[in-house]
Design a protein around this ligand. Structure first.
Ligand code: FAD
Length: 426
């Protein structure tokens, strides 16, 4: 009987442990919290959503929606929990992050085949009959990072950023208004802070001149670019990005604002909202000063400021097989963002794949590589060096959906571009 160990109880590690346990095997899940927290993790519970509470689109004819549906059909732990903890968010599946993590934690802790040990792992060691899954995320702590570096060689880094959160009752609703873009969703899913031209230009001026916290000059993942960095690209860049006013009408003026900051519901009670697309690296005092210029946020109470952090990940196309095992030692699997997949659900999906394939390896079966016919399959190809070709989503195969252009293909290109640039810096 093989021994299974998973390091890291994030989205990927929880999914991997769950798959192994549900297949009838005992698994040990090692998690450093609450003994130690990464700079982005704050909650002692598992599967913590460290930034946005959105798990992206729920529509099945979108890449993100289809991925979740496929995960659910593969026996995902996190997707059904997310659906049960959903908060209204227009077309997206957003969750009450505390309820989500608490439920996942309770389910993991009460599974008879899962033993949780709270400890900081500092080395990679495994017995001959052991299968190890490393799912310690982009903020892999301490000496374990060095051990991975020694094991794999190509271990890359770039910077990423998180958005601030404000208390809803501190937003001035005389200026702000509730509405979803194009009326898709309820009026209380989003709070909108509308700008006129003069307010927008004054805001951008302060934003680009505000003081940032010190970070080294690393690449930032394009989809998580700090708002101040985006603003430096040009006066209108935020207005065509996260501050776009399209699909919104300000009830105070009766027309579309010049620009708009959207606040998205953070919890099911609607007491906290995050500033959508406002990941930032400004110093906390500067965040308070500059973001208080947003109409409606003059007296906002910030419950969390935005932060910037370093991401580390493997050069997976070079190092991993498409079942997420390490080419140089196939009894070691990697899962989650450490493999370079981006996003909460993508990480969780890779956890499912690693867990399923760890079991299949133990049973001497061929790995499950879902080929090019669905989103999860595309994800596993994305970490291998095969190109994503002939892509059709699962739904299209069954004739229930039209073929869609896979967004994952763009992600692969973006990831490869980042990986190559990071490699050049080494
Ligand atoms: C600050 C930040 C903001 C992000 N924002 C978004 C976003 O808005 N939307 C989105 O879709 N994705 C976002 N991402 C990406 C997303 O968090 C990840 O894709 C996802 O959380 C990764 O899941 P994971 O399971 O791989 O890692 P994690 O969720 O980070 O889980 C890793 C776990 O391993 C534990 N651990 C680490 N080192 C050790 C060790 N040495 N010993 C024992 N345990 C250890 C950690 O405590 C943690 O519980 C963000 C990432 C970060 C870091």
């Amino acid at each position: 009987m093989k021994k299974f160990t998973v390091i890291g109880a994030g989205l990927a590690g929880c999914e991997a442990a769950w798959q192994i346990a549900e297949a009838g095997y005992e698994v040990t899940l090692l998690e450093m919290k609450p003994e130690k927290f990464s700079p982005a993790h704050k909650n002692k519970n598992f599967a913590e959503l460290v930034c946005s509470n959105s798990l992206k689109a729920s529509r099945i004819d979108s890449a993100a929606g289809l991925l979740k549906e496929e995960m659910a059909r593969l026996g995902s732990l996190t997707v059904p929990v997310a659906r049960n903890c959903a908060v209204p968010a227009g077309g997206a599946l957003a969750v009450d992050r505390n309820e989500f993590s608490q439920t996942v934690t309770d389910m993991i802790n009460s599974h008879p085949n899962i033993t949780v040990e709270n400890k900081l792992v500092e080395e990679i060691s495994l017995d001959d009959d052991e299968i190890l899954i490393i799912a310690t995320g982009p903020l892999t702590e301490g000496k374990l990072g060095e051990a991975i570096q020694n094991l794999c060689g190509d271990y890359l880094s770039f910077y990423d950023a998180a958005a601030p959160i404000v208390m809803a009752d501190s937003v001035d609703m005389q200026k702000a208004f509730g509405a979803s873009r194009y009326d898709r969703g309820g009026d209380d899913d989003y709070i909108n802070c509308p700008f006129n031209k003069a307010e927008y230009e004054a805001f951008i001026e302060e934003l680009i001149n505000a003081e940032c916290a010190v970070v080294h000059d690393f690449d930032v993942y394009e989809g998580c670019m700090p708002i101040e960095k985006l603003a430096k690209r040009g006066l209108d860049a935020p207005r065509f990005g996260p501050m776009k006013p399209v699909g919104l009408v300000d009830p105070n003026t009766g027309h579309r604002p010049w620009a708009c900051v959207q606040l998205r519901r953070e919890n099911s009670k609607g007491t906290m909202f995050n500033l959508v697309g406002f990941q930032t690296n400004l110093k906390f005092g500067e965040q308070k000063r500059v973001f208080s210029m947003i109409p409606g946020l003059e007296n906002a109470e910030f419950v969390r400021y935005g932060v910037m952090h370093r991401n580390s990940f493997l050069n997976s196309p070079k190092l991993l097989n498409s079942d997420f095992s390490l080419r140089s030692n196939p009894n070691i699997f990697f899962a989650g963002q450490i493999t370079g997949v981006e996003g909460y659900m993508e990480s969780a999906a890779s956890g499912i794949m690693a867990g399923v394939n760890a079991v299949r390896r133990a049973e001497g079966e061929e790995p499950l590589v879902l080929s090019e016919y669905n989103m999860i399959g595309a994800l596993s190809q994305y970490i291998s060096d095969e190109s994503v070709t002939n892509f059709q989503p699962m739904g299209a195969n069954f004739g229930v959906l039209p073929p869609i252009e896979p967004k994952i293909r763009d992600k692969r290109e973006r990831y490869m571009a980042l990986a190559n640039r990071a490699l050049e810096q080494l």
